[in-house]
Write a protein that binds this ligand. Structure first.
Ligand SMILES: Cc1cc2nc3c(=O)[nH]c(=O)nc-3n(C[C@H](O)[C@H](O)[C@H](O)COP(=O)(O)O)c2cc1C
Length: 151
C-alpha cells in the first residue's frame, strides 16, 4: 500500500497498515525500506495499480508524468493497467484543469471510475464523490479478468 505525504494528514500510515494488514510505504527515500527502489519493485510486481482516492493534485501529477512521490513514481514505473478513482469537491471535479487531466489520462489508457454525484465532505451534494468501494472493486475485478481491456 502506498500513501502520498498529504494522504498521511488524513489517515496515519500505522492505522492504514493495521486496517489493511499490508505494509505501507509513504517515503521512497526510506533507507530502511524493504526495496532499494520501491516504485520500480512494486511497479513490476503489480497486476493492476489502483489509486483511490485520486486527488486533483495527483491526477495533475499523473497527467504531467511527474514522479516526485511514491504514488506517482510507481504509476510511471508500472506496465500494469492503472485505475484511478477521483474524489474532490464539485468545483474541482468540474474545473477545466481536472477535466483536461482526466482526458489526457484516459487517452493514455488509464482507467477512470467515478467520480459520482452525491454527498460531499463539504456537506454539499454534487459531482466529486469517490465511486463506492464496491463499484471500484468491481472495476478492479473486471480489469484483472480482462473484461475491461488492458493498457
Ligand atoms: C480537509 C481537506 C480535504 C481535502 N480534500 C480533498 C479532496 O477530496 N480531493 C482533492 O483533490 N483534494 C483535497 N484536498 C486538497 C489536497 O489534500 C491537496 O491538493 C494535496 O496536495 C493532495 O496531495 P496528494 O494528491 O499528494 O495526496 C483537501 C485538503 C484539505 C485540507
Amino acid at each position: 500500500m502506498l500513501m502520498t505525504p498529504a494522504a498521511t494528514q488524513f489517515v496515519g500510515p500505522v492505522t492504514f497498515r493495521a486496517l489493511s494488514h499490508h505494509p505501507v510505504i509513504t517515503d521512497m527515500w526510506d533507507p530502511h525500506g524493504r526495496w532499494d527502489e520501491p516504485h520500480v519493485a512494486l511497479g513490476e510486481l503489480a497486476d493492476l495499480y489502483l489509486i483511490a482516492p485520486a486527488t486533483a493534485d495527483t491526477l495533475g501529477r499523473l497527467a504531467g508524468g511527474l514522479a516526485g512521490d511514491v504514488v506517482c513514481a510507481t504509476a510511471l514505473a508500472t506496465r500494469a493497467p492503472i485505475l484511478v478513482a477521483p474524489a474532490m469537491s464539485d468545483a474541482m471535479a468540474e474545473s477545466p484543469a481536472v477535466q483536461e487531466n482526466l482526458a489526457r489520462l484516459r487517452a493514455r489508457g488509464v482507467h477512470v471510475v467515478g467520480p459520482e454525484r452525491g454527498p460531499l465532505a463539504s456537506g454539499k451534494v454534487g459531482l466529486g464523490r469517490m465511486a463506492e468501494p464496491e463499484v471500484i472493486v468491481g472495476e478492479v475485478a473486471a480489469l484483472l479478468s480482462g473484461r475491461a481491456g488492458r493498457r
